[in-house]
Design a protein around this ligand. Sequence first.
Ligand code: NDP
Length: 246
Amino acid sequence: ATALGGKVALVTGGSRGIGAAVALRLPEDGADVALTYRGSAEAAEEVVAEITARGRSGWAVRADSADPEAVAGAVAAVAERFTRLDILVNNAGVGAVGPVGAVTREEIDRVLAVNVRAPYLYAQAALRHLAGGGRIVSVGSCVARRAAFPGSALHATSKAALIGFTKGMARELGPHGVTVNLVAPGPIDTDMNPVDGDFADLQRGFTALGRYGTAAEVADAVAYLAGESARYVTGAELAVDGGFAA
Ligand code: NDP
């Protein structure tokens, strides 16, 4: 049996980018994977087809992370379909760039709803299903540690919240044998932050390795934290940022 054989993971925002890479990486270790998406039904079904091609079960659920009822519904539907839930990966997130004075209240609400409230609600809904050995892994950001350039305040605010989330949840869920950890990516080549985008050179320059990372490199770190090897790791933040925050 492989490391995650028989386990079921729920990856939020698994249709594209880092979430899709995670949804494809966990089956390599034997997990079945459910993923959520908001708009990209076709991309989500392609990820599911890939999971199936790897010999595991995959399932895509449309659920807008900004909608609390959709979040609760997604967790209940996944637990019912797979009869269990072992690993929650809080990945879905929205970017936010702009000077503090130009950010609208609607944007603040939207970013906090998706990047902060949703991970909390997902964890809350997953709690009753996560047994001993359960895992919560969230995707934060290097900007929570190093807001390297102007325009990142809202994004940094939302991602810094996940540090407190991770520590507080780790403390509370430890007695139940559930670990809670955070992966903090640096610049990763995705639709949100393309390697040839306007700010790419600036971000590349802040890394020690002098390059963008790939979604697969972040997925490897998530797989580590989701696996048995990380059983004594909880409340931790793992930077996968090429040294951006160093
Ligand atoms: P992408 O924009 O490439 O992909 C985002 C994914 O999240 C998509 O699958 C999208 O679904 C889903 N999603 C977005 N909003 C919602 C929503 N409201 N409800 C449900 N699903 C949603 O982003 P990345 O892969 O780059 O980012 C993934 C995570 O990594 C985010 O939390 C981001 O903040 C974080 N991160 C990314 C970095 C980077 O450089 N790329 C750096 C640091 C952190 P759909 O396809 O349906 O729209």
